[in-house]
Write a protein that binds this ligand. Sequence first.
Ligand SMILES: [Zn+2]
Length: 242
Amino acid sequence: MGRNFNFLAWECLFFAFFILALQSCSSTFEKEKADTHKAFFENTSSERDEYLILVNSENPLDKDYVPYDLTDIKYTRADGREVQKMRKAASVALESMIEEMKRLGVYDENLTVTSGYRSFEYQKYLFDTYVKNRTDSGMSYDEAYKDVSKTTALPGCSEHQSGLCVDFHNKSYANVSFAETEQYKWIEKNAHSFGFIVRYPSGKENITGISFEPWHLRYVGEKNATKMYENSLCLEEYLAAL
Ligand SMILES: [Zn+2]
């Protein structure tokens, strides 16, 4: 009896050590990921935070950049696509905004996320596929490349790689007619309270280099989003003014 008890006790002790070792391994890994992520932003000025990162054709992200805190988006469109992800703070803010829209009766169940974080490789796949579709129908490679560049960001130059934006609408595909909906009109006036901006607004095309995209929301945090909203500044203008 005593021998059995001792054996059991040693077994329990061993198991407890094993669990502790496992936990410390995974938290070291998490910490390493967080440190790498912080290092990525260490050159940004003190007024800027990691949610103010600028991604465009002149400021591409490294092909290896992957946000460390990607989280599932609960309101991904349920049409068989993979559950979309974005950075945790942005995902929580999006859910809060949707809950508020529901509470006010402005939400519509088709208003869902069709695209969140996209990896460098996925953006490359999209770009190459669009070019191939055009060359297959007779365009030259150069023409096809130019044509695709008008509407699709090159890999590294898509803000979707930052994990801070979503394509969010209630149309069958991302379409400017979303701007006419009651949902968009509410978003345009209120998204800033949840930390979001309409990243490519109408009237700022010459600065952003992108035509009006009412569906593309970018998380910058409540304080920055509110300042941008109140002063009608797009992200490029706001960063230049900091
Ligand atoms: Zn987008």
